[in-house]
Ligand binder design. Structure first.
Ligand SMILES: Cc1cc2nc3c(=O)[nH]c(=O)nc-3n(C[C@H](O)[C@H](O)[C@H](O)COP(=O)(O)OP(=O)(O)OC[C@H]3O[C@@H](n4cnc5c(N)ncnc54)[C@H](O)[C@@H]3O)c2cc1C
Length: 499
């Protein structure tokens, strides 16, 4: 049963069938002269995890080591890790029960073992996946799934406890400024440099206090979406509500980009700031301002960006660039008892509980509101239990006249729509929680848009380090904007890392 160990040199030199019950599905290491191969393998909870030593020239078996059944480990006896061959005398490898084995390289007999702590949570497992590394002072460094990083004495396997060693997973988690406060699990091999510095890649598990989130489901923050940019601004040194401006902050609030020029080493960006005009020079410049705010900004350095702001598309009646029509967001609340007392035909429940996501109003139905999100059904804690909160969007490219109405008139239109769709006769006036007119809301991907973006991207190729981005390029849905930002940041980082 199981896989074979095969020696190849263009053609097969030899192959060793897997020993009974020990599929060779792990890793292989060699003596320094290449004469002996040490292969690990195992599979499944009942597998005999172990190491086999074979003559690398002939494939003849030298010895076989099985993790003893008499010393049961918590999960399995499996071994997949790459063995460390130390001084050509000792083979060191961890098993899936959190135990490190030091074997005599000549005989396969165990010299010592070290038992890692047990995973009491059951979240991380007891396995040791990572190969062991050696420091310049001949100490073993090993890491476990549980997240410990330890040093051991090669001769005895005794733990070397000194200075800051061992490194506990919780210590690393707490030391980090990351909001991911869970224990960091370690799969990767430690790397030790000539100075003895140990590098380990750790995986951070989300804080168990975080709610589960499934992509595609609605998500929000208790204090709204502005939480995210505010957190970023604070992280970059300038909380949005700080009484004083921090001159050293990496985020500058209230700076408006007015122009960009090419310099010998990159770009110079001109800003209007609360303290007057400021120029910033940089190697790479990423604009994420909306297209409607960039007219003339890139004229000198990237004339190819002009279609974004100036393209005339007579066939669709567009006289300049990408169109951003106005939209108004109106948040209102009504008592549940004011809603129509009807059971929904889909079996979801009574309309008074608003069992769903929201409603869209086809233009043919004569309701001016475009659509309504049932905010208190989507997100917890938005209102008292006997109320429903509705977020209405009204306006858009087919109703630009809405932007000329005053707030009271807009709320009136929204209330009319709610009465037509959701409310029972005699419903009280709404509690108005918010009215926000966005005069240039969402860019419209109209006929010809993709061509404009293609020409922008062609132009960008001629200006390395200059990136013109935004929701007119990434897609308008917020998750698309964030995903685009993550991906694009890698491209910019690669540019900056290049010479
Ligand atoms: C009313 C409304 C409702 C929406 N609802 C949803 C929704 O329910 N779900 C969803 O997925 N998406 C929704 N969207 C779309 C989504 O929110 C946006 O597409 C997305 O937030 C745009 O991100 P962005 O970073 O490209 O632009 P923005 O978030 O608009 O950021 C652009 C930034 O550039 C700054 N800026 C402007 N001019 C300059 C300048 N000259 N110099 C420097 N900075 C400048 C602005 O101040 C702003 O901070 C909605 C949008 C609107 C308007």
């Amino acid at each position: 049963m199981g896989m074979r160990l095969v020696a190849l040199c263009g053609a097969e030199l030899w192959s060793v069938p897997a020993p009974e019950g020990l599929p060779l599905d792990g890793c292989v290491s060699f003596l320094s002269d290449g004469s002996v191969a040490f292969a690990t393998g195992s599979w499944g909870d009942d597998a005999n995890g172990g190491v086999v030593a074979v003559d690398a020239g002939t494939g003849a078996a030298r010895w076989r080591f099985d993790v003893p059944r008499s010393e049961p480990t918590r999960s399995t006896r499996g071994i997949w890790a790459k063995p460390l061959v130390f001084n050509d005398t000792t083979v060191v490898v961890g098993d899936f029960g959190g135990r490190l084995w030091a074997l005599d390289a000549a005989t396969g007999r165990a010299r010592w073992t070290f038992q890692e702590k047990r995973d009491a949570t059951g979240l991380y497992g007891d396995e040791i996946w990572a190969p062991v590394a050696v420091t310049p002072r001949n100490e073993f460094v090993f890491t476990s799934n549980l997240g410990w990083i330890r040093k051991l004495d090669p001769a005895s396997g005794a733990e070397l406890v000194a200075d800051a060693w061992p490194v506990a997973p919780s210590r690393r988690a707490n030391d980090s400024a990351s909001p991911l406060a869970g224990d960091p699990i370690v799969f990767s091999a430690p790397l030790v440099d000539a100075a003895g510095t140990v590098y380990v890649a750790a995986e951070n598990w989300p804080d168990p206090a975080w709610v589960d989130f499934e992509y595609g489901n609605p998500g929000s923050f208790k204090k709204g979406l502005a939480t995210l940019p505010r957190a970023i601004a604070a992280e970059l040194g300038q909380p949005h509500d700080a009484a004083e401006v921090n001159g050293d902050a990496r985020a500058k609030l209230g700076w408006r980009l007015t122009g960009v020029e090419k310099t010998a080493t990159g770009y110079a960006a001109a800003f209007d700031t609360p303290d007057g005009a400021v120029a910033v020079t940089c190697r790479s410049l990423v604009s994420t301002a909306p297209a409607h705010a960039l007219k003339g900004v890139f004229d000198d350095v990237l004339p190819g960006a002009k279609p974004l702001f100036e393209e005339i598309r007579k066939n669709i009646g567009r006289d300049a660039g990408v169109y951003h029509p106005p939209v108004c967001a109106v948040t209102v609340a009504y008592p549940k008892s004011a809603f129509k007392d009807v059971e929904l035909p889909n079996g979801f429940g009574n309309l008074r509980d608003l069992p769903g996501f929201g409603s869209l109003n086809p233009r043919t139905e004569g309701v001016r509101t475009l659509g309504t999100l049932w905010s208190s059904s989507l997100f917890p804690g938005r209102c008292p239990p006997d109320y429903n909160v509705l977020l209405n969007y009204i306006g858009g490219s087919r109703d630009v006249g809405l932007a000329d109405l005053d707030e009271a008139a807009i709320v009136d239109e929204v209330d009319k729509g709610c009465r037509a769709v959701l409310l029972a006769d005699g419903a009280p006036p709404p509690k108005v929680l918010g009215v926000k007119l966005w005069p240039t809301a969402i860019p419209q991907y109209e006929l010809g848009h993709l061509d404009i973006i293609r020409r922008l991207e062609d132009a960008e190729k001629t200006t390395p380090g200059l990136y013109v981005c935004g929701n007119y390029k990434s897609g308008v849905a917020f998750p698309d904007c964030v995903t685009f930002g993550y991906d694009h940041a890698k491209e910019v980082a690669a540019f900056l890392a290049s010479k």
